[in-house]
Design a protein around this ligand. Structure first.
Ligand code: NAD
Length: 520
């Protein structure tokens, strides 16, 4: 039995996570006083203890918030984009200064190991830099006109208020992906974080509010955090004052939100569940493939949208590869995410643990052989859910393998030729991330081609998780088709204008249409 170490290395051990959270907010120079209430109890997955109880925003509060954000938009869209970028530059600097404090807060509330929390905060810093650069590159097009002495162009204007609904597993980065880009595009923003991670949201949101309050060009109410559950998310989906809804979470949530936003002809950007696979070919560098698959399958305790859930390994190497995989999974250090040596922290809550156990039961019924997957009791934390990651050898891609279970379960399948492997990879409803480990250039190219993976993310000799911010992030099929950030996703946050200017003295009509009138 291991005791949980709640010490925050640079400070005395408190053993009291609620106290640690209060200290961290103090170090950020932020207060939670106005946010405390009796509606929403927030727990730490590290030991199951209560961290705080917050007020939730009700329908009337949301109406006020949306109206204020609408007024902020009218002012903000008049600020030149590079000056809007200056706000994000200052915000990125604040996050950089407080990186360690924010990382610890994120770990305490979400349970991911510190190095991954630091990575997530770094992602927020990186996206700020990206958005600052973008603020000088919101470019349009000039298109050849078919009419003489005409100029045909396309350009982009701010769109309105962004409502961003986010999941618990990336409690800061996903918001920053959307919000920093939307702000440089001239939009205002409301963030409805997961009800499981509202404290991280309040910290990141309040720091941005602080940066805005200190910036002369930023109007009041430019950025707000709405605390609430699915009902609050539903208000955002339905509200005509919110022009873009960016929603990250389960497919079930996206099916509801997508339809509601579409019904009022709002713009929806959906980032939903994945069921990501790795193909390991006979030519693969086996050490690289092992490291890549283990991290992708167990990082964030299998609670990344890009977590590796299916391993499709060639028959000729299956036995040896799976044996090493099982041994490596069994050797991972599981425990408090605040301890540097830990590889795998806890699941978010009991519901996640129950879903994992149900999936393992179903896998057994479908002919699977389960290695690991059991609960690990840590002394003094009966309400925390630590598990040994499970490797499950499956006879076929059965029903449970085709589902996303948000826990560290890796199903193992095998194949004999590459087209069979690609068919297995594509044979699920989700289409987020995929990868192949191979040193065969033909296989690699085939996998990336139109005949290959049908996912939004296609990697070679890299696991399925851990995308960089520069490329567009998102997936196809029931993953929703949205791209929250990266590449040209900024266009989601703006409205396109097509403008034709006639600088001649005649009025030729397009497509040669004649409409002669006797007018001087
Ligand atoms: P979830 O769907 O339970 O909740 C996500 C958010 O949606 C929360 O803020 C929640 O309050 C809100 N919500 C839930 N139902 C809603 C509804 N009907 N209307 C409006 N809002 C609603 O998801 P979760 O458990 O927090 O996160 C895990 C899921 O998120 C996984 O499926 C994972 O793959 C997915 N995810 C996807 C991406 C991506 O980029 N594709 C990134 C992170 C997480």
């Amino acid at each position: 039995m291991n005791a949980i170490d709640t010490s925050l290395s640079s400070r005395p051990a408190t053993g009291n996570l609620a106290g640690a959270v209060a200290d961290l907010f103090g170090e950020l120079g932020l207060s939670l006083a106005d946010d405390l209430g009796s509606d929403l109890k927030v727990f730490s997955p590290i030991d199951g203890s209560a961290l705080a109880t917050l007020k939730m925003h009700r329908a009337a509060d949301m109406d006020t918030m949306v109206a204020n954000a609408g007024a902020a938009f009218l002012a903000w869209k008049q600020v030149p984009a590079p000056h809007r970028g200056e706000l994000i530059r200052r915000y990125g600097q604040l996050v950089r200064e407080h990186k360690e404090v924010l990382s610890r807060l994120l770990t305490i509330e979400n349970g991911k190991i510190l190095t991954e929390a630091r990575g997530e905060v770094q992602e927020v810093i990186d996206i700020c830099e990206y958005a600052v650069g973008l603020s000088r590159q919101l470019f349009g097009l000039t298109i050849a006109s078919e009419r003489a002495e005409h100029r045909l162009t396309e350009y982009w204007h701010p769109l309105g208020t962004l409502g961003l609904i986010s999941a618990f597993n990336f409690p800061a980065a996903v918001w920053a992906w959307g919000t920093t880009v939307a702000l440089v595009c001239g939009d205002s923003a409301i963030w409805k974080p997961s009800e499981k991670t509202p404290l991280t949201a309040l910290a990141f949101g309040k720091l941005l509010q602080k940066a805005a309050a200190d910036y002369e060009f930023a109007p009041d109410h430019l950025v707000r955090v709405a605390i609430g559950d699915a009902e609050c998310g539903g208000i955002i989906a339905d509200h005509p004052g919110i022009k873009i809804v960016s929603a990250t979470g389960s497919v079930r949530m996206g099916q509801d939100v997508g339809v509601r936003v579409q019904r009022r002809f709002g713009r929806a950007v959906l980032e939903l569940g994945g069921n990501n696979a790795a193909i390991v070919a006979p030519s693969a560098d086996i050490g690289l493939a092992l490291r890549g698959t283990i991290f992708a399958a167990t990082g964030t305790c299998g609670q990344r949208c890009t977590s590796l859930r299916r391993l499709i390994v060639h028959d000729s190497i299956r036995t040896g590869f799976v044996k090493r995989l099982i041994a490596t999974a069994a050797s991972l250090r599981i425990g408090s995410p605040l301890v540097d040596e830990t590889h795998v922290g806890p699941l978010i809550d009991k519901a996640a643990f129950d879903a994992m156990q149900r999936a393992l039961e179903q896998a057994r019924r479908e002919g699977g052989i389960v290695h690991g997957g059991e609960r690990i009791d840590l002394e003094g934390s009966p309400d925390a859910y630590y598990v040994r990651p499970a490797i499950v050898e499956m006879p076929a891609q059965s029903e449970i393998v085709r589902e996303e279970t948000f826990a560290p379960i890796l199903y193992v399948l095998s194949y004999t030729d590459i087209d069979e492997a690609i068919a297995l990879q594509n044979g699920v409803p989700q289409g987020l991330s995929s990868c192949i480990f191979t040193n065969d250039v033909r296989e690699s190219e085939r996998f990336q081609s139109a005949l290959g993976s049908d996912c939004g993310i296609v990697n070679v000799n890299i696991g399925t998780s851990g995308a960089e911010i520069g490329g567009a992030f998102g997936g196809e099929k029931v993953t929703g088709g949205g791209r929250v950030s990266g590449s040209d996703s900024w266009k989601n946050y703006m409205r396109r204008v097509t403008a034709t200017v006639n600088y001649s003295t005649s009025l030729p009509l397009a497509q040669g249409v004649k409409f002669d009138l006797d007018i001087d």
